[in-house]
Write a protein that binds this ligand. Structure first.
Ligand code: NAD
Length: 327
């Protein structure tokens, strides 16, 4: 099949080319949206990532160009207008599970960096500043960790954190039988907010989870709580979190995703004037750690993403239902 690949980075091309034998890929650095949808002319399908915008307008234009398939190089599909895909008879397939440990381990990296201030220590030592003043951190052992969403990544995260001797609370719409057998305790969302020292978000973004972290849920939290978000930026109301950081109510924030990330992440803007004042303010806090959506970014995960993406295209071509269908 002829596939137009959008938002291509060097590593996307490297890994897709490594696993591809049967399909013809055209690589575009541009993101997919209504303005770029015409680049799909002459193709059968598109391959997109988290910040592409296959919205109703883009899908209508693509369908007119003969596009029949959207393959996502990711698990989340909140950026795709599924009703429009159905209306125009486009199939949508994703990579539901690619190394959940990659994202879970990244959440841990954010936690330990914030808790032990290793990012500051690294910079200090490079300047031959060997002082420990203000580098005091805290133990994870004995703390209460609240996990929102115990699917693949949340479960991997619980497994990792159980090794720290922490108390683990979880909330999900469906309890995981595996975790219920472990030391993880399922509680209400309010209890997670009220009792946790660290809250880690592992649920998808949808209308029921949008702004899960907002002024009301923050009001329930302990003073000095750490919030970790490796899922989707829209789970957090950034303005409310900023206010709580200024007041000291939130003690630490580690985010790998950001509400307005499509204008920022995956690009080198080091020579540009960043227009987003919210992220500029967030960057200024000493107790905020931001990574630019790199939770998935391990060699193991990239191999799985490329091989499953290619299998999704081949299975679509052969009318094989493989369980990765979104629509
Ligand atoms: P998953 O589908 O396996 O698990 C999601 C879990 O969230 C499910 O158990 C589901 O029941 C639960 N859930 C749904 N609605 C909920 C709600 N209202 N409250 C609480 N729980 C709810 O997904 P996953 O593979 O574990 O991925 C989780 C999220 O991680 C994805 O949706 C994606 O946004 C994000 N992600 C981020 C990266 C990254 O690089 N940072 C990479 C992959 C995935």
């Amino acid at each position: 099949m002829k596939i137009a690949v959008f938002s291509t980075k060097s590593y996307d091309k490297d890994y897709l080319d490594r696993f591809n034998t049967d399909h013809e890929f055209t690589y575009y650095e541009a993101p997919l949206n209504a303005k770029t949808a015409n680049l799909t002319q002459g193709h059968d399908g598109v391959c997109v990532f988290v910040n592409d915008k296959p919205d109703a307008e883009a899908i209508a234009l693509m369908a007119a160009n003969g596009i029949r398939l959207i393959v996502l190089r990711c698990a989340g599909f909140n950026n795709v207008d599924l009703d429009a895909a159905k209306k125009f008879h486009l199939d949508v397939k994703r990579v539901p599970a690619y190394s959940p440990e990659a994202v879970a381990e990244h959440a841990l990296a954010l936690i330990l960096t914030l808790a032990r201030k290793t990012h500051k220590a690294y910079n200090r030592v490079r300047e031959s500043n060997f002082s420990l003043e203000r580098l005091n951190g805290f133990n994870i052992s004995g703390k209460t960790i609240g996990v929102v969403g115990t699917g693949r990544i949340g479960t991997a995260f619980c497994r990792i954190m159980s090794g720290f001797g922490a108390r683990l609370l979880a909330y999900d719409l469906f309890d995981s039988p595996e975790l219920k057998q472990s030391a993880v305790q399922y509680v209400s969302l309010d209890q997670i907010m009220a009792e946790s020292d660290i809250i880690s978000l592992h649920c998808p973004l949808n209308p029921s989870t949008k702004y899960l972290i907002n002024k009301d849920s923050i009001a329930l939290m302990k003073k000095g709580v750490m919030i970790i978000n490796t899922s989707r930026g829209g789970l957090i109301n950034t303005k409310d979190v900023l206010k709580a950081l200024k007041q000291g109510k939130i003690g630490y924030l580690g985010i790998d995703v950001y509400e307005q990330e499509e204008n920022l992440f995956f690009s080198d803007l080091s020579e540009s004037i960043v227009q987003d004042d919210l992220i500029a303010r967030l960057i200024s806090f000493p107790n905020v750690l931001i990574t630019a959506h790199q939770g998935f970014f391990t060699n193991e995960a990239l191999e799985q993403i490329a091989s499953v993406t290619i299998r999704n295209i081949t299975d679509f071509e052969n009318s094989v239902i493989n369980g990765n269908e979104v629509v």
